[in-house]
Design a binder for this molecule. Structure first.
Ligand code: NAD
Ligand code: ADE
Length: 408
C-alpha cells in the first residue's frame, strides 16, 4: 500500500476530534513555542498525531518508544520522512537499543518530558544538567505513577510531574474501555482462538482488569477474576464474575490475562499447575507479570508456534503458550487502544504540557494531579465532537446546593 504509515496517521488524525479542536488553537497561539519536549511513548499512529500536535503548538519534539515491541515502523518512517520529526524507535528493538533510543530524546536538553511507564523519568533523574533545566513532565500510565509516588516518598523526585493516568478523562476510558477492546484485539490477532465458551482468568480488577473482564464476558467467556484487594474482589463478585486464587483458577483455565502492574502474578509454579496448553497474555505495563524469565530459564524448550505466540514445554509434561513474550499484548500484538480513546488521553497530555509552560515557576518537585479544569475541558470538547448536549444546573439548583434547610 502507498506509504501506509502516512495513511495510518491520516486515519488517526481524522478520528481524533478533540485533538483537532486543540490543534486549531495551538496553530494560532503557539503556546509551546521554543519548548523542547522529550517523549517516551508507544510510537504508533495516535502517538504520532499527538507528537505532531505538540510540534504544531510550537514545540521541538523528540520521540522514542516506551516498549521495545510496541512501535509501528511504518508510522516511524512517515513521521521522519513526511513530517521531519525526530523519532528514535523500531519494533523489536534490543534492550540496549531501547535505552539508547530513549537517551537520544534528551540529546537536546528538554524543558518538558512526557513519559509512559517511567523509564525516561528514571534516565532524566540521573542527569543533573537536565534536571535543573526541566519545567516538569507528564506520566501516562498507572505503573509510571506508582513509580513516581515511590520516588516522591523517598525524596528522589527532582522535578514536578503530572499524573495524567488519574485524570477522570484518562483512566475511566483509556484504562477501562481502551484496554477492554484492544486487549481482545491483540489476543485475537495473535491467536485466532475463539473466546466464547472459554474459561478465562483476568488477574487484577483495577481499571484495566475491569475493562478486559467486561468485554470477555460480552463475548461469551466464563470469566474468573483474581485479586489481592478484598474490596475489588467483592466488586468483581457483584459484577457477576467468579473470584478465586490464581493457583486454583489456573487449573481449569484455557486463557489467562494479567492486568495488575505487579510482578510474578502468574509464577512458574502456577504454570506447572495450569491446564495443559493454556494461553497467557499480559495487558499490564511491564513484561514481568507473567514469569517469562523463569520460563526461559527453567522450561525444557520453546517453539515459536505463531508469529506472536511461544509455546514452552515444562518438566511435568505441561505446555504453556505466551503471547508477545509477556509484553503488553494490546500494543505488541494489536494496534493499541482505539483512536477515539487515545484522542482523550493525548488531549489531556497536550493541555497539561501547556499548563506546565504557563505555571512551572509555581510548581514544586511533587506529583500533581491534572487540574480539574483541564479534565472538564476535555470532557466538554468531547461532548461537542460527539454532538451531545447535556443539561446544566439552573441558578436555582446551584443555590440549592448551598442550602442546608430547604427540602426537609
Ligand atoms: P489499578 O491499580 O487500577 O489496578 C490494578 C489491580 O491489580 C488492583 O486492583 C490490585 O489490587 C490488583 N493486583 C495487584 N497485585 C495483584 C496480584 N498479585 N494478583 C491479582 N491482582 C493484583 O491499575 P490499572 O489502571 O488497572 O493498570 C494495571 C496495569 O495496566 C498497569 O501496569 C498499567 O500501567 C497498565 N496499563 C496498560 C494499558 C495498556 O494499554 N496495555 C493501559 C493502561 C494501563
Ligand atoms: N497507543 C499509544 N499509547 C498507548 C497506550 N498508552 N495504551 C494503549 N494504546 C496506546
Amino acid at each position: 500500500m502507498e506509504n501506509s504509515g502516512y495513511l495510518r496517521l491520516k486515519w488517526a488524525r481524522d478520528h481524533m476530534g478533540v485533538s483537532q479542536k486543540i490543534r486549531e488553537r495551538f496553530l494560532k497561539e503557539k503556546p509551546l513555542k521554543g519548548i523542547k519536549i522529550a517523549m517516551a511513548l508507544h510510537v504508533e499512529a495516535k502517538t504520532g498525531i499527538f507528537a505532531l500536535l505538540l510540534k504544531e503548538g510550537g514545540a521541538d519534539v523528540r520521540l522514542a518508544s516506551c516498549n521495545p515491541l510496541s512501535s509501528d515502523d511504518s508510522v516511524v518512517e512517515s513521521l521522519k520522512n513526511d513530517y521531519n520529526m525526530k523519532v528514535f524507535a523500531r519494533k523489536g528493538e534490543t534492550e540496549k537499543e531501547y535505552y539508547e533510543n530513549i537517551e537520544k530524546t534528551i540529546d537536546e536538553i528538554p524543558d518538558i518530558i512526557i513519559d509512559d511507564g517511567g523509564d525516561l523519568t528514571n534516565l532524566v533523574s540521573s542527569k543533573p544538567e537536565i534536571v535543573k533545566n526541566l519545567m516538569g513532565g507528564n506520566e501516562e500510565t498507572t505503573t509510571g505513577v506508582v513509580r513516581l509516588k515511590a520516588m516522591e516518598r523517598a525524596g528522589a523526585l527532582k522535578f514536578p510531574m503530572f499524573d495524567v493516568n488519574d485524570a477522570q478523562m484518562k483512566h475511566l476510558f483509556d484504562n477501562r474501555y481502551g484496554s477492554g477492546q484492544s486487549a481482545l484485539d491483540g489476543f485475537m490477532n495473535a491467536t485466532n482462538i475463539l473466546i466464547a465458551g472459554k474459561h478465562v482468568i483476568v488477574a487484577g480488577y483495577g481499571w484495566v482488569g475491569k475493562g478486559v473482564a467486561m468485554r470477555l464476558k460480552g463475548m461469551g467467556a466464563d470469566v474468573t477474576v483474581t485479586e489481592v484487594d478484598p474490596v475489588k474482589a467483592i466488586e468483581a463478585v457483584m459484577d457477576g464474575f467468579n473470584v478465586d486464587t490464581i493457583n486454583h483458577a489456573i487449573r481449569n483455565a484455557d486463557i489467562a490475562f494479567t492486568a495488575t502492574g505487579m510482578k510474578n502474578v502468574i509464577s512458574y509454579d502456577d504454570m506447572l499447575a495450569a491446564k495443559k496448553g493454556i494461553i497467557l497474555g499480559n495487558v499490564g505495563h511491564f513484561n514481568n507479570e507473567i514469569a517469562v524469565d523463569d520460563l526461559n530459564r527453567r522450561s525444557l524448550g520453546k517453539t515459536q508456534v505463531r508469529n506472536m505466540v511461544t509455546e514452552y514445554r515444562l518438566e511435568n509434561g505441561n505446555t504453556v503458550n505466551v503471547i508477545s513474550d509477556g509484553r503488553l499484548l494490546n500494543l505488541a500484538s494489536g494496534q493499541g487502544h482505539p483512536v477515539e480513546i487515545m484522542d482523550l488521553s493525548f488531549s489531556l497530555q497536550a493541555l497539561t504540557a501547556e499548563y506546565i509552560v504557563k505555571n512551572h515557576e509555581k510548581l514544586q518537585n511533587r506529583v500533581y494531579p491534572v487540574p480539574e479544569e483541564i479534565d472538564r475541558q476535555v470532557a466538554e470538547i468531547e461532548l461537542d465532537v460527539l454532538n451531545i448536549k447535556i443539561d446544566r444546573l439552573t441558578d436555582e439548583q446551584l443555590k440549592y446546593m448551598d442550602s442546608y434547610t430547604e427540602g426537609t
